[in-house]
Ligand binder design. Structure first.
Ligand SMILES: C[S@@+](CC[C@H](N)C(=O)[O-])C[C@H]1O[C@@H](n2cnc3c(N)ncnc32)[C@H](O)[C@@H]1O
Length: 334
């Protein structure tokens, strides 16, 4: 999925106006852009000359774009090439942060980047690393056993044919290391659909990208750490692109926004401090016009909340996603 799409030379940041209208009443102050990418969100915030942006991105290719921002906005702009799960109080100014923004997913520049090998069209070795990773899709596909691969495809991609795909991967890789097109061919043979809007390998590739980039723990601990550095009254805003991301964001906001037993994830009679004021329960979705101009925006969901209390204990939230975190930890076997 992609939040920023390249069309000719133009870039579109998804739900940008909606996002800015949420945070603009808070002008002016410091904003943390956890997913700098092409800088669409940062740029819009910096249009107000009283604002400062601290931007992060795990992709080292974003350093080049960040350097241009630094030249233009001087000390109103700071960039760090880190993962957003690494946000902590030591690295950031604690007070005066008005909002922390996550615009998840990938930019089209990353999808078409042959070095990253994120697309089914990529030729050559499997990779899928966004940056600051511990292993690649090549290692996952060629070294994990059949059962573990099956879990990755099932839990992260909801792939119905996970078992047969992982079996065929293990048979085929006996001859040679599997490359991107070998994986596409294996999935195509198993998942053959005559007429389908989505590519046969979409789910398999999505699950591998989630696994290689540890997207589940990145988001869980990114949200928790962002919450910790956000002052009372600050806004946390997240744009997600697939159902696992949205489930994590939705439960984070809902669990800590209600004292009643409204969350089906929690035991009855569970009393909890309200950490957020949820101004809108339903996510904000892109308009028909936006989807028309920028098709991948159709799966985007924007959720946001205002922090009203501090909290240190997030174990109950983490436990909801225990199964997914266990699948992610299969990487320790590589
Ligand atoms: C959809 S793009 C952001 C686009 C940006 N908001 C814009 O308007 O141009 C998502 C960006 O988040 C970065 N990213 C993804 N996961 C990350 C993580 N865990 N930590 C830091 N950056 C991450 C990606 O490298 C990518 O550049």
């Amino acid at each position: 999925m992609s939040a920023t799409v390249k069309s000719g030379k133009e870039h579109f940041s998804v739900l940008l106006n909606e996002l800015i209208s949420i945070i603009s009443p808070l002008y002016s102050g410091t904003f943390i852009d956890c997913t700098f990418g092409q800088g669409g969100v940062s740029k819009k915030i910096l249009e107000n000359s009283n604002n400062k942006v601290i931007a992060l991105d795990r992709d080292k290719k974003s350093i080049i774009n960040a350097a241009k921002f630094k030249e233009k906005y001087k000390d109103r702009f700071i960039f760090k090439n880190i993962k957003f799960s690494q946000i902590n109080e030591d690295k950031f100014v604690k007070d005066n942060i008005k909002a922390i923004i996550f615009d998840l997913g990938y930019s089209m520049n990353q999808i078409i980047d042959p070095d990253k090998g994120l697309s089914f069209e990529s030729k050559g070795k499997l990779n899928m690393q966004l940056g600051l990773n511990e292993f690649s899709a090549h290692e996952a596909i060629n070294y994990l056993n059949q059962k573990d691969l099956e879990k990755i495809f099932k839990y992260f991609g909801d792939e119905k044919k996970a078992k047969i795909i992982s079996k065929n991967i293990c048979i085929t890789r006996k001859k040679n290391f599997l490359k991107t097109q070998d994986l596409v061919n294996i999935v195509n043979k198993v998942n053959f659909k005559k007429k389908s809007k989505i590519h046969n390998a979409t789910k398999t590739f999505q699950s591998l990208r989630i696994f290689v980039n540890k997207e589940v723990s990145e988001l869980i601990f990114g949200l928790i750490n962002a919450f910790k550095i956000l002052p009372i009254g600050g806004v946390l805003a997240v744009i997600s692109f697939h159902s696992i991301e949205d489930r994590i964001v939705k439960s984070f906001f809902r669990i800590f926004s209600e004292n009643k037993n409204s969350s089906r994830y929690l035991p009855i009679n569970e009393k909890r401090k309200q950490l957020f004021k949820l101004l809108q329960r339903k996510p904000i979705l892109p308009s028909k016009e936006e989807i028309k101009i920028n098709k991948p925006s159709r799966s985007a969901k924007l959720r946001y909340a205002v922090k009203i209390h501090h909290e240190e204990d997030f174990n109950q939230f983490i436990n909801i996603f225990k199964n997914l975190l266990e699948v992610e930890n299969l990487s320790e076997k590589i």
